[in-house]
Design a binder for this molecule. Structure first.
Ligand SMILES: *[C@@H]1O[C@H](CO)[C@@H](O)[C@H](O)[C@H]1NC(C)=O
Ligand SMILES: *[C@@H]1O[C@H](CO)[C@@H](O)[C@H](O)[C@H]1NC(C)=O
Length: 442
């Protein structure tokens, strides 16, 4: 029974992350240029803003401004204010300027199997003062002042699950740094739901091995937040069950560990992934989302505790707190490692890890779900989806460098719920797909 459950979990997470975040695809190189922002008054409460600034809500702007975005992150508005912008992967962009913070998703249209991404327009988004727990909110839309050709891509044909036979036996013959098992993946292939847009995102799925960059900084040779002089700062492994919520489990796990670290293990909080799934306007519930936007939700709205908003692994309606008057857990200084998607590398991830666990994102290849132990190096070329997890450290063993990672597929998967993955070679995108972290307000 348990094994079947793990299997379902694995399938759903992959599907959720890759299939069902918004199907818009605007990579960061499309964003720089001059944008016109049209805004409503900044006189809404957050509750009013949640209601009025929904994705496709019509907008009656009362003012506007223009801002020029340059590569990689500098923003300058028409009054000469300087600020900071960056893409949230391919979904939208966030701008901080003139004391306010703005986020909206890029506009897109679905026509059958064709997605038209309008990378020079956003849907309706939210803005507010740049602060923890902002009070004054408004809605806005942004449009690039020069014309941007829409990007058109077709939804991929479903990836055939049978075009690569991957059994634990076959993997174990190829892999010399890790072992696979069939134990919890017996029916995996037959249960997979087809993915649709990965070919558009991934330029290369060959087994290329990039040359590792030299690490020229004085960093510890090993970091493991599960055992710092015998003390564990990582919260227990959880199981996301049948909901594409890996992004919320990875982010809450990062904050839980950082609360443990900041409080010297005197304060232990279990945060609520369900509140994020059900209530965040910045993600798509059990259909997926991005860890960076969970941190943003934590700064803007605060996070619930598990006790006050229990995990149900379902897209339930956002309800009122079960603990009236309880204090929400706020987040600050959320950031992409390196400052933007594409700015991360082995060294700055190692640096970030010396301060606490960080969220890592990567591509799940067909052999990954069979991981039982060791240092994962992919032997498959078939991408099944994307996944968000928690980096808790790094090390080296027999000349092979690795990251230590906490998964959210329960404690029976992998090495008691954890895995190791090759470090320094951008294995399955683990170093390049927007690793991020944030600071809990305690
Ligand atoms: C906000 O300002 C607009 C424009 O002045 C006004 O129509 C609206 O009623 C105000 N809303 C609130 C909640 O005060
Ligand atoms: C923690 O690490 C130390 C070495 O730093 C080791 O001796 C000890 O066995 C480890 N504890 C656990 C629980 O792994």
């Amino acid at each position: 029974m348990k094994k079947v459950l793990i299997l379902i979990v694995a399938v759903i997470c992959l599907v959720g992350y890759s299939l069902c975040d918004l199907p818009v695809h605007c990579m960061p190189d499309k964003t720089p240029g001059e944008w016109s922002f049209q805004l409503t008054e900044q006189n809404l409460s957050k509750e009013q803003a949640l209601e009025k600034c929904q994705l496709k809500a019509p907008l009656t702007p009362s003012r506007k401004f223009t801002v020029t975005l340059s590569t990689p992150t500098l923003a300058k508005d028409e009054s000469g204010n300087e600020g900071n912008w960056h893409n949230v992967y391919d979904q939208g962009f966030e701008l901080v300027i003139g004391g306010n913070k703005y986020f909206a998703f890029f506009e897109y249209a679905e026509q059958g199997r064709t997605i038209v991404s309008k990378c020079g327009n956003t849907f309706t988004g939210l803005y507010h003062e740049a602060a923890v727990g902002p009070k004054k909110w408004g809605c806005y839309k942004a449009t690039k002042t020069s014309k941007v050709e829409p990007s058109v891509f077709s939804i991929n044909e479903p990836v055939s699950a049978s075009n690569e036979i991957v059994t634990a036996n076959e993997i174990n013959k190829l892999a010399d740094t890790w072992t696979a098992t069939d134990e919890y993946t017996e029916d995996y292939e037959s249960k997979l739901v087809p993915l649709r847009r990965f070919k558009a995102l991934i330029p290369d799925n060959k087994l290329a091995i990039p040359i590792p960059a030299a690490i020229n900084k004085d960093l510890p040779s090993t970091v493991d937040w599960r055992n710092v002089s015998g003390v564990n700062y990582v919260s227990p492994v959880r199981n996301q069950a049948s909901c594409g919520s890996c992004f919320s489990f990875a982010s809450t796990a990062a904050l839980e560990a950082r609360i443990n670290i900041a409080s010297k293990n005197t304060k232990h909080v279990v945060l609520s992934p369900q509140d994020i799934v059900s209530c965040s306007p910045y993600s798509q519930g059990c259909n997926g989302g991005f860890p960076y936007l969970v941190f943003k939700y934590g700064e803007d709205f605060g996070l619930q505790t598990e006790e006050c908003y229990t995990y149900e692994a379902a897209d339930t309606k956002c309800t009122k707190d079960k603990c009236p008057g309880n204090k929400r857990n706020y987040v600050t200084d959320y950031q992409y490692i390196g400052g933007y998607v594409g700015g991360s590398n082995e060294q700055n991830i190692m640096e970030a890890l010396t301060h606490g666990p960080v969220v890592l994102n990567f591509l799940v290849y067909a052999d990954f779900t069979r991981y039982r132990g060791g240092i994962y190096i992919r032997k498959s070329t078939v991408i099944k989806g994307g996944h968000s997890v928690l980096g808790v450290g790094y090390g080296e063993e027999n000349g092979q460098k690795y990251w230590i990672v906490k998964n959210s597929w329960g404690g029976d998967w992998g090495e008691n719920g954890f895995f190791k993955i090759r470090r320094g070679a951008d294995e399955a995108g683990i170093e390049s797909m927007g690793p991020s972290f944030a600071t809990p307000v305690i």
